[in-house]
Design a protein around this ligand. Sequence first.
Ligand code: ADP
Length: 592
Amino acid sequence: MSKAKSASSNQTKAKKKKRNDFFFVCKHVKFSWGLIILALVVGCVQSVITSTVPDATANLFDGDFSTSKLWGVAQTLLITLILGLISYIVRVFAESKSTLAARKSVWERMIHAGMDYYDANDPASRLSMITVDAQTMGAGLVQLFVSIPTYAVLLLSCVIQLLTVSPRLLTILWILIPLHILYFFVMGRWQQKVGAQYTCSMGDLTGYLAERIRNLPMIKNFATEEKEDENGIRATGWLYQVMITYNVKVGAVIAVYQTLSTVASTVLAVLWGCHLLKAGEVALTDFLAFSMYITTINVTMVVISTVWTFVKDFSGRATRLAGLLESSVEPHGKQDKGSTQVPDGDLTAEGISFSYPTASAPVLSNVSFTIPQGKVTALVGPSGSGKTTLIKLLERLYAPTEGKITVGGTDISTLNLEAWRKKISYVVQDAGVFSGTLRDALCYSVDRPVSDEELHRVIAEVDLTPFVQSLPKGLDTVLANWGGSLSGGQRQRIVIARAILRDSDIYIFDEPTSALDPETANAISRVILQGFQGKTVLIVSHELNFIAQADHIVVVNLGEMAGAGSHKALMQSCPVYRNLVEEQSYQEVFGA
Ligand code: ADP
């Protein structure tokens, strides 16, 4: 690497290190700043009025209980009370709306994040970003932009009020303020570090448990309950340790600080006030007002420093959100300037090379082939050759590092992403069915009203009629209760029926029958081959049924092109294909 390059990368690293993730998130999420400003203004007005309460109350000690004076004090208290209530309500709304905005942004970014983000981040930890982290951000934002300024205004107003009462009494603040500032810095740093540890541990635990809970039957299959029991207990133990540090150690320091500062400031105030009182430098009402002010000032400083330490803690927790917000996003909505006119025609890969962002080694090198329009093409090759990767490139989940893919001569990277993906239906071996009714599962991603008649016709096409008739509520049976009892074949038929209903132009099947028994696999392969006639169909499969009946076969081996053509031609010209066929006893069907 050149010197200039390494210097600039060092600078970038330094910049990255300096960035405060909390402010980074604040900048990138559309928070309701109007509501936050309203909460701030109401809070500040409340602070200014609250700061007049001690003086007004202390003045009662001069023995003047006239109605106008009492009414003045009552008015001040009443206004403080009303403003307090309004301020509370506005703050609650500001915090809830901020959390909502954070959740919306996180969800939107997650949905549109590029595959590199999904590859690099554990799916389970993403869940706590929406639930816990977003809420933490909402609370943190209000603390920082409403609570701290509001208390700062209260502090300033009290100091100003105290100045008018007696500047001599005020000198005590020069001892108290530096102590609080020292606490700000020391605690802030510590709390930020512990906050980050807590978030990581919580994310790790959520991820660990979510994965195990999803695969509980597998744990039973392997009879590893005892081991998993221990692992789970150990994982919760880590979280316990961090929670102890967080809640006990940090909490204890905060409590000690609050008590000490309150006691110290009260003692100092009494000593200093009595001294000035004895010396005749201040009046009794001033001394009483001073005592009340000093208590309010101290409480305010304690609250500001506590809130500040929490803001530092939130900064620690914002790191994960910042990571998401700066990740790459796919073009979507109005930002996607690609053409929505997707042409028909052959799909062609021209000199495709590709490496995954998380791995340096190339997975595909200079691969070229054609998938003829309206025909069935089989993509074959040994496991790990890059077949699924090629499909991901076709779907534009990743972009080739070299070469291009065209449809009817148009580079697919110039097309509107949503329009392009809608042209394709992608069926994988273990495709999911979201919870909901059978009707919901069948119509998922179908952008048009579908009549019961059409649904039943498609259900018959995929041989699911007896199964649907056996369901208590037919199409309206909730699959969440049935998901566990759906067989692999039933689920795959539902997924294929959904693909038929989508009525796309291009169908991609990735090992659609490899997890099924031979009889079901045969039935499903028949459905695939007959149900999509006239469509462009690409099938990745080792199954003889598909390969034998494909119009065209593309063979890849170790990320490179090994051949393309008909079965007969490939048997003669492509050793990789011949080996595959021979190894899997394809001769029986081909009669070779
Ligand atoms: P096939 O479908 O032919 O079995 P794949 O396309 O799934 O092959 O994988 C080709 C190679 O790419 C394999 O070595 C695999 O480990 C690697 N690979 C697949 N997905 C990723 C990924 N998300 N990140 C890094 N490497 C990957």
